[in-house]
Design a protein around this ligand. Sequence first.
Ligand code: HEC
Ligand code: HEC
Length: 287
Amino acid sequence: MRIYLPLQIALLATVGLAVAAIGQSSPPAAQAERVRTDATPPERALTPCEEAILDNPCPSEEASRTLQRGLLERRETRRRLMELPPAQRPKPPDNGGMGWRLPDAEYWLRLPFGMGDIPGDWSSLPGVRFVNTQVDGVRDVRLCIRGDYDLWLLTDPLHEVTACIGVHRPSRRVWFVEIARTASGTWMPKRAKDPCYACHPSGPRIIRPLAKNGVDPATLAQLNRRMLSYGACGFGDSVDPATRGPARDDARCTGCHDGVDRGRLYAIHDRIAMFKTEREATMPPGD
Ligand code: HEC
Ligand code: HEC
């Protein structure tokens, strides 16, 4: 696999933490012109199960009601917490970074795309807005194609997260980075609080809105199709076997989560597996 080492690397040291601002050469206007949407998609054909998910991305009505109740409870808890004086509000959990084998600063330096490849203005990129059903909040997911790379861009204002997942289409190798804007409007990597792999065992996660209302079905299907077409993305040697834990060998799952169609599931994925089987009730498919 080819890895383009970022050409312009500026290392800024902030409180013992190295922040890499990579490849910020092109001004936003020039970046917008480089956005292409016609690059060839990956070649893997979808399985019948995946085609069925595209036709029907929403959870069942029963699961949607449970999820909706969960969201209302979360909102009520948040409202009560906001009534407390700021010093008494519990701090959001901080797992201290992305949890890869390498410290985040080193992982950032190995990103094969530069921060300058992430466009400044996302407004003209294809995307969807929807409510996240696990942690709540209106989110926006967009796609920017840069040569061999699909850059998936996420904005989640409620959790103050802006992030990018880059998939190298020919090899299906995946990279993750949370980002923040610099004063000059370019992007730089930002320290993350959660291990990405814990919720992204296969790479990008498809979008399953609570209800079809308000989400353009054609755009949703187009983006979900592209994400599913990667199958299980590769993480190279990024994943730390110690934090990943032992493999889960549930026979109801391993037929698809085999490391080819979908990522294999490990102990680190138990929480999200529980969400998919019990609350969203979309796994195993057709159950
Ligand atoms: C608690 C689970 C969870 C964690 C932890 C998590 N994600 Fe996600 N992420 C999701 C889900 C679920 C989606 C799909 C959209 C949705 O439903 O909100 C998503 C979507 C995304 C997207 C948009 C493309 C896509 O996959 O749909 C990006 C970019 C992203 N996440 C980046 C990250 C990065 C970077 C990290 C680690 C710093 C991370 N995520 C950690 C659950 C998580
Ligand atoms: C018939 C194939 C199939 C089987 C069997 C299956 N899955 Fe999946 N799984 C998928 C597909 C396709 C997706 C992507 C769509 C989605 O996120 O809902 C997925 C997504 C997931 C995800 C989100 C992370 C990812 O890979 O994108 C989790 C977690 C998950 N499945 C858990 C399970 C568990 C736990 C079981 C067994 C109880 C199971 N699955 C059985 C096909 C399957």
